[in-house]
Every structure is written in C-alpha cells, then in structure tokens.
Design a protein around this ligand. Structure first.
Ligand SMILES: CC[C@H](C(=O)O)C(=O)SCCNC(=O)CCNC(=O)[C@H](O)C(C)(C)COP(=O)(O)OP(=O)(O)OC[C@H]1O[C@@H](n2cnc3c(N)ncnc32)[C@H](O)[C@@H]1OP(=O)(O)O
Length: 243
C-alpha cells in the first residue's frame, strides 16, 4: 500500500446520493485514515455520470420536522468535519456531477480534481434550504467572499472551467495522466511535510471556531427544512415524470 486510502461512493443508479449506509462508510473511513501509515485520502465515486447528487431524497424526504432533519444533518456534518480535519491531505476526485451535499463533501476535502465534462453546484437553494452539512461554511473559508456567496446563492451548476475560475476546482482533469501527475507531485514531498501544513490549517480552523460555525449552519438548514417550500420542492423532484 502506498499510504493512499480511497473511498468510493458506489450508488451510481441513484447518482451516488448519500444515505445512512454511505454515511456509515465515511465514518469508517475517518477511523481508518487515522492510522499512521495513511499519507493521503481520496474520495471519489463509481462511474462518470455522478460524484454525488447530495442527500438521498427518496430516504431523507421522510424527515419532516426541524428536529428530525437536524439528526441527519448533524451526523453527516460531523463526519465531514472529521474529514476536513484529518491530519493528512484529502483529495476529492470529482468524476461526475456534484450537486447539493455532493458539493459539500467535495468542499470538505483539501483538493478538488474535477473532470472536464463535469458540472457542480450548491443547488440546495432550489429546494428552499441552505447547505446543511458544513459545505457553506467551508466554501466561505475556501473561496474569495463574493465568489463563495455567488456559488451558494445562485444555486446553479457550473462548468469545470467556471469552477476553476472560482478557485473551487484545484485542477481540471482531461485524462488519467493528469491525475497521475497530481499525485506524483504530492508523493515527491515527505508525508511529514504534508501533515505539518495540514496541522497549520487545523490550528487556524480551531482558533476561528470552524466547528461552531458549521453547527450554526446545520441548525439554520434544519429550520428551513421543516418549512413547506422545502417539502414541496422535494415532492416535485420525487414525483417528476420519468424521463
Ligand atoms: C444538506 C444537503 C442536502 C440534503 O438533502 O441533505 C442536499 O443535498 S439538497 C440537494 C439534493 N439533491 C438534489 O436535489 C439533486 C437531485 N438530482 C438531480 O438533480 C439529478 O439527478 C442529477 C443532476 C444529479 C443527475 O441528473 P441525471 O439526468 O444524470 O440523472 P437522473 O435525474 O435521471 O437521476 C437518475 C435516478 O437517480 C435519482 N436521483 C438522482 N439524484 C437523487 C437524489 N439526490 N436523491 C434521490 N434520488 C436521486 C433520480 O430520481 C433518478 O431516479 P429514477 O427512478 O431512475 O428516475
């Protein structure tokens, strides 16, 4: 093992939407990634159509109240915070569309390698909610302020080139060799150096109450989740005519 641990979301038939089983898999990843032999983590998904389409609406639509929503949002936001603060670099290999919570997962990673055919967007606003897994907080931490607010409030998808221009995509991937080059460069540097720089970031995040800022995002999302506009938007998606 070259010290690189890969987690692959494997629900392509539902565009790799996140359910409780995937969340449990991410929790297991976090525990395994703490082993000293792990130098880097990759999060990706099966196929070329989707990285992740966010929360599994066919499951999470049963969450009706603020309290019920908070339970799910809190569990996922906790595991994404653990991913964010892993002591090693975490790379999102964005193999396909990432929307909603899918963008939040990718933004919880340190790097985002985005295939050139891919579109991504924080589309939570189209469901009358905000980000709720910490992704809005992480985006505001990562991008220039106006670019972050633009991505969040427009609630639309962007091309790989736009995502690179925003500073969200670390690199655009056009062929497998591009991925190899990225990891060759990473491996040229001793793992202890990567760990030391990740420690710097984590120190900053702890000093600036990143975890509390995520908690407030989760609570705000749960409030909106309970309201009719959200439930009506989800019902429209679930009852849309079959393509
Ligand atoms: C805090 C995070 C928050 C949360 O829910 O917790 C969110 O993530 S909010 C955002 C939730 N996600 C969405 O609203 C995205 C919904 N999906 C789509 O917009 C599209 O599926 C897309 C753009 C991801 C891919 O489009 P494409 O045309 O390639 O595929 P289909 O739409 O035909 O989807 C295939 C099949 O999968 C089902 N599907 C896709 N995404 C989800 C999802 N998130 N939850 C449940 N089911 C999903 C879709 O209904 C199709 O099912 P089928 O029975 O084959 O018609």
């Amino acid at each position: 093992m070259d010290g690189i641990m890969t987690f692959t979301i494997n629900r392509p038939e539902i565009r790799n939407a996140i359910n409780n089983e995937v969340t449990a898999g991410l929790e297991e990843l976090v525990e395994k990634a703490k082993h000293p032999s792990v130098r880097m983590v990759i999060i990706t998904a099966t196929g070329k159509q989707a990285f992740c389409s966010g929360g599994d609406l066919s499951v999470f639509h049963t969450l009706r109240t603020e309290q019920e929503a908070y339970g799910m949002l809190k569990r996922v936001s906790d595991v994404l915070y653990s991913i964010k603060t892993l002591p090693v670099p975490v790379v999102a290999l964005v193999n396909g569309v990432a929307v909603g919570g899918g963008c939040e997962i990718a933004t919880a990673c340190d790097y985002r390698l985005v295939w050139d055919h891919v579109k991504c967007g924080f589309i939570q606003g189209t469901l009358a909610i905000t980000s709720g897994w910490g992704g809005g907080t992480y985006l505001l931490e990562t991008l220039q302020h106006d670019q972050a607010l633009k991505m969040l409030s427009e609630a639309k998808v962007y091309t790989a080139n736009e995502l690179k221009d925003f500073g969200w995509a670390t690199d655009i991937i056009q062929e497998e060799r591009d991925i190899e080059v990225f990891f060759e460069r990473m491996k040229n540097i001793h793992p202890d150096v990567h760990r030391a720089y990740k420690e710097m970031a984590i120190r900053k995040w702890k000093k600036t109450d990143l975890q509390e800022r995520v908690e407030q995002e989760v609570r705000r999302c749960a409030i909106l989740w309970e309201k009719d506009p959200h439930h009506e938007a989800v019902d429209r998606f679930l009852n849309k005519p079959k393509s």
